[in-house]
Design a binder for this molecule. Structure first.
Ligand SMILES: NC(=O)c1ccc[n+]([C@@H]2O[C@H](COP(=O)([O-])OP(=O)(O)OC[C@H]3O[C@@H](n4cnc5c(N)ncnc54)[C@H](O)[C@@H]3O)[C@@H](O)[C@H]2O)c1
Ligand SMILES: [Zn+2]
Length: 337
């Protein structure tokens, strides 16, 4: 697992790295503004070549990879060149894939600029692009050499994207570290570092998703289905917004199936509702969402498996859930708003 360095420690690391190594920056059309701070934090980055990709999930494509591979070639990148990914999950996913395949793999440092990138996407070594209309269909397991986290980048992040990252922070609290909940309002750096620690611990125990890593899918089984279903509607929701809904429903299922206490179910709802508004999911939407559940690529043998939580901080994987309970979970979500 790659080390994660925060702020000054990270910038010192980068300074030393750039004293001897050749590097190229990858950013997107929004995160290029982050280079201003990067240049101040680590002046050695000032003259580095910059490859800029268009921002947004719809650009996490093979076509953009090709553009980046061409530009790496034009800049004379070789096997010792370090790619510095400066951006959110789209840049670190695509840049990670590009780096892990260019010349059979070049060096990579992730410098996440979104909250979701910091606590989730930049860590753990999954890279990928969307393909054939499916998210993350093509990719690699490939660890970055280092991840450098500095919350100063978040000052320019749109608040809707900030909340998007908070969904994963909440998830980390629910599956593994309830103390994160006490930091929500208070200390951003501490919040990020605890959340990073949860992700790192889980990945460390199960790098290639044989078991333990599935815990990170809490809220995501239903959440992904909501996200996919609403993708093309006028109601399009961000990943974190859908996951927030998924976490409430899957917490209700946890109470029914694995004995999560009512008081903790209530605390989870309060924590999620303090960040996210509930999504209006009509009956016809819900029927379509349930159909999508079956196609989630993480399911085996057509049986939908859930991650449920026994208590805040303790998750259990591979729990089957009946359709009747699923319907009740949806009703709970609507009525509790
Ligand atoms: N590899 C993994 O393990 C993993 C885990 C979770 C998510 N992901 C992937 O991450 C992606 C989502 O990541 P995201 O939410 O960061 O999306 P994103 O990279 O699209 O960033 C969100 C938006 O904010 C902008 N932005 C980012 N940082 C900024 C800053 N500091 N200032 C101003 N604008 C900024 C981006 O340009 C973009 O428009 C998805 O593609 C998802 O599949 C990967
Ligand atoms: Zn997620």
């Amino acid at each position: 697992m790659s080390p994660v360095y925060f702020k000054e420690q990270g910038w010192r690391f980068l300074h030393d790295l750039l004293a001897t190594e050749k590097a190229i920056i990858l950013c997107d059309s929004n995160t290029k503004q982050c280079l201003e701070y990067l240049n101040v934090a680590c002046p050695k980055t000032v003259d580095l070549p910059v490859i800029e990709m268009p921002a947004g999930e719809r650009n996490k494509t093979l076509k953009i990879c090709e553009m980046v591979w061409y530009q790496l070639t034009d800049h004379g990148a070789d096997r010792n060149t370090v790619l510095l990914n400066v951006g959110g999950g789209v840049v670190t996913d695509l840049g990670g894939f590009v780096a892990s395949t260019f010349m059979r793999g070049i060096r990579l440092v992730n410098i996440p600029t979104s909250l979701l990138g910091m606590v989730d996407a930049a860590i753990g070594g999954k890279t990928g692009i969307d393909f054939g209309g499916l998210k993350n269909m093509v990719g690699t397991f490939s660890q970055p050499e280092t991840v450098l986290i500095d919350s100063n980048f978040l000052k320019t992040l749109a608040s809707r994207h900030y909340r998007n990252g908070l969904a994963e922070v909440l998830k980390h609290a629910f599956i593994s570290d309830s103390s994160i909940l006490d930091l929500m309002e208070a200390n951003e750096d501490e919040l990020i570092s605890r959340s990073v620690q949860v992700k790192m611990d889980v990945v460390l125990r199960d790098e290639f998703e044989a078991g333990e890593r599935k815990k990170l899918n809490f809220g995501h089984t239903i959440g992904h289905a909501i996200e996919s279903h609403l993708l093309d509607s006028e109601q399009a929701v961000l990943h974190g917004e859908a996951i927030a809904a998924g976490m409430i429903m899957e917490s209700w299922l946890s109470q029914k199936i694995v004995g999560l206490s009512e008081a903790e179910l209530n605390s989870i709802c309060v924590a999620v509702d303090s960040v996210f508004s509930r999504i209006a999911i009509s009956e016809s939407d819900w029927e379509a969402i349930k159909k999508l559940l079956v196609y989630d690529k993480k399911n085996r043998d057509g049986q939908v498996q859930f991650v449920l939580i026994k208590s805040i901080g303790t998750a259990i994987i591979d729990q089957p859930v009946s359709e009747t309970l699923l319907d009740e979970a949806w009703k709970f979500y609507l009525n509790q708003a």
